[in-house]
Design a protein around this ligand. Structure first.
Ligand code: AKG
Length: 201
């Protein structure tokens, strides 16, 4: 509804660059991914971030080696998310957000993230809010990230909008509370282009 008031070119670009795919993975695939990351996560404590950090009450790890079953799920995420010329980051980012945790508005740094950020949500529904960096009060859109869905942010959605994951107390979609439990996200990024560029590029 809000998007109807956006400039047409921005709306079209946003619709091109932002996608949520419901039920991207099955219950069994969710369990496969959870079982695989659980032992590592269990050894970590949830961190309360400093005031200027983007994430509150989380633990995280990176992973490059997966079981064959998980590898095929991760490959499906990458195939759906990235263009054929993208260089995927080989490490997949695993972020475990405590029930009382939240991710504050931020834009992923171009130093470590290329044109696409995508993620599968495990264990809990959540609301991802996107706000335009130059108009955070008017150009806002909420995405309902169902458990087992995949979101893909590219282009304007990745570079011009800050994204955040709402805390349970304010986790609402179309006026309805979306309960936020512990949530694990499996996040894939492509490499910044400059990493691959030769000095003459
Ligand atoms: C990021 O990695 O930049 C995020 O905000 C992660 C969002 C998520 O947990 O899916």
């Amino acid at each position: 509804r809000l998007r109807e008031k956006w400039p047409v070119t921005l709306r079209q670009a946003f619709e091109r660059d932002c996608h949520v795919v419901l039920d991207f993975i099955t219950d069994a695939e969710e369990a496969t991914l959870c079982d695989e990351v659980a032992p590592r996560l269990k050894r970590l404590r949830y961190e309360k971030s400093h005031w200027d950090d983007a994430i509150h009450l989380y633990r995280e790890t990176e992973r490059s080696q997966w079981s064959p079953a998980a590898t095929s799920i991760i490959n499906r995420i990458k195939t759906r998310s990235f263009g054929s010329d993208a260089q995927h980051l080989s490490h997949v980012h695993v972020l475990d957000l405590h029930k009382d945790g939240l991710i504050k508005p931020h834009i992923d740094s171009s130093r470590y993230c290329g044109d696409v950020v995508s993620g599968v949500s495990l264990l809990s529904d959540s609301v991802m809010r996107l706000r335009h960096k130059d108009d955070e009060e008017t150009l806002i859109v909420d995405l309902l990230l169902r458990r087992r869905s995949l979101y893909i942010l590219s282009g304007v959605a990745r570079y011009d909008f800050k994204h955040e994951i709402l805390a349970d107390a304010v986790s609402k979609f179309k006026e309805e509370h979306v309960p936020r439990d512990r949530r694990i996200s499996i996040i894939c990024r492509d490499l910044p282009k400059s990493v691959n560029a030769s000095p003459t590029d």
